[in-house]
Design a protein around this ligand. Structure first.
Ligand SMILES: *Cc1c(COP(=O)(O)O)cnc(C)c1O
Length: 484
């Protein structure tokens, strides 16, 4: 383990020059004495170079996309262009205040307005709210819109949402939070929605169907027209979990194939550094008949310019976040969309799909893959062969990958594939980097044959070995205490 900054400390060393004080009033008079600290903690005494080396070293203990491939399925850990960071830090964005008069915010409002429009065009929806700050909050918002739609028609008995058993955990959680009952549908042998099973649970109480497309197995739900016809026949609404939109840009518009409401994960598809719980942005798009229920304010435009639009406040589900949501992420998404344009966005998805299929082919002789004919932007392999032959679990394989300098794939999700490993290389990886990653996976398969015991010990090269994942999450302790 590297030394702490306190261990590097050396008396008298310093790395800052404080600016000269610009006022004469003694500090004691500026800050009331009750706020004065009695004892000051011992501070490290270090030079600028000490600090730089310390934090650069610390940053390398973690994995990040600039360090290596990050195939965390469903999370779309693509490379985030640095020009976004430069632009979003520009003072014309950074110095804005949400309480400024609208007349002085025209540029920012125009950006939001155009982003609403671009996202609507990409998905074939009528309009989009930018307020929700995560995919999960987008789900909650979309479900509240579904509830408001049914209530507006007096259909308060519609309280069930159907979803397949491959759904992401946030789907049933959002339904429960929004007051719906979840009907879980078993997937068919091909890993897709079982239409016969759907017919069996269809009733007038069904408020909607929640589906990820492509689904969490990386497969395109091709029976979408049949499914949406069935749901619409009982006046249910089709919700699309758009976390996998990276496979559809410029190829499929969800609003044109039967979906009524969907969320986008701007931080996944439209690039923002994410992970570690945020920040995120989960806009929600709806078809024409759901426009009255969108959160307020929307951003609209008339002859006087751009403005915060509260016109449909009476029918709206209300506000779902303070101010306008995570503005900085919207700026990044806007820049990303404008720089790529329609042709570029389509190439993003095409390359994401090609890369995933290429990686799947490279691995298919070494790991079991349940659905391996063709995948969209990600696929699910599993460790069942290794488990059966040598008692090696997917967790062991994931830990060994860390030794090889890679982030692990998503493991044990989706729940319907035992020992699942979900790979999403994304479009930003080259053939060389995918080849190198596949080599690492193939090497691990060989190591398991040779020396299965070693796999149980992995990771061997990381500063912290195998941690108790559950305790690390539930009892996270980030405090550093100085012991004299
Ligand atoms: C990431 C993800 C979500 C949740 O999105 P957050 O932005 O993490 O809240 C929902 N569904 C699927 C399929 C996802 O991959």
């Amino acid at each position: 383990m590297p030394k702490t900054i306190f261990e590097i400390s050396s008396p008298g060393r310093k790395g800052v020059t404080l600016p000269k004080r610009e006022f004469d009033t003694p500090l004691e008079q500026l800050i009331p004495s009750k706020f004065h600290r009695k004892a000051i903690a011992k501070l490290p005494e270090v030079s600028e170079l000490d600090v730089m080396r310390h934090f650069i070293e610390l940053s390398h203990l973690n994995h990040f996309i600039e360090k290596g491939l990050y195939p965390l399925g469903s999370c779309t850990m693509k490379y985030n262009p640095k020009i976004h960071e430069q632009l979003v830090r520009h003072s014309c964005f950074g110095n804005l205040h949400p309480y400024q008069p609208q007349s002085t915010l025209q540029g920012a409002l125009k950006l939001l307005f155009e982003l609403q429009q671009d996202l609507a065009e990409i998905s074939g929806m009528a309009n989009v709210t930018l307020q929700p700050v995560a995919g999960a909050q987008g789900e909650f918002t979309g479900l509240k819109i579904i509830e408001a739609y049914h209530r507006s028609k007096g259909n308060t008995h519609k309280n069930k949402i159907i979803m397949p058993d491959s759904a992401h955990g946030t789907n049933p959680a959002s339904c429960t939070l929004a007051g719906f009952e979840v009907i879980e549908l078993k997937s068919d042998a091909e890993g897709k929605v079982d239409v016969e099973a759907l017919k069996a649970v269809l009733s007038d109480e069904v408020a909607g169907f929640m589906l990820t497309n492509p689904n969490t197995l990386g497969l395109f739900e091709s029976q979408i027209r049949e499914i949406s016809d069935l749901i619409h026949s009982v006046d249910g609404l089709m919700y699309m979990d758009g976390a996998n939109l990276n496979a559809l840009l410029g190829i499929v518009q969800p609003g044109k194939i039967g979906f009524d409401v969907m969320h986008y994960n701007l931080h996944k598809t439209f690039t923002t550094p994410h992970g570690g719980g945020g920040p995120g942005c989960g806009p929600v798009g709806v078809v024409e008949k759901l426009l009255p229920f969108l959160p307020v304010p929307m951003i609209s435009h008339n002859q006087d310019g751009y403005y915060l639009d509260y016109l449909h406040a009476e029918t709206s589900i209300g506000k779902v976040h303070g101010f306008y949501g995570n503005f900085a992420i919207m700026v990044r998404a806007y820049v990303y969309i404008k720089m790529l344009g329609p042709v570029g966005l389509r190439r993003v998805s095409e390359n994401a799909i090609i890369n995933a299929n290429y990686l799947m082919k490279l691995l298919e002789d070494h790991y079991h893959i349940q659905h391996k004919d063709y995948c969209m932007h990600e696929f699910v392999a599993d460790g069942t062969l290794q488990k059966k032959a040598h008692g090696i679990s997917t967790l062991d394989i994931a830990k060994r990958l860390l030794d090889k300098g890679y982030h692990a794939p998503t493991i044990y999700f989706p729940l319907i594939i035992p020992e699942a490993m979900m790979f999403e290389p994304t479009e930003t990886e080259s053939k060389q980097s995918i080849d190198a990653f596949a080599d690492a996976m193939i090497e691990i398969a060989a190591e398991i044959e040779r020396d299965p015991e070693m796999l149980h010990e992995a990771p061997l090269c990381t500063p912290v070995r195998r941690v108790d994942d559950v305790r690390a999450v539930k009892m996270l302790d980030t405090r550093f205490e100085i012991k004299d």
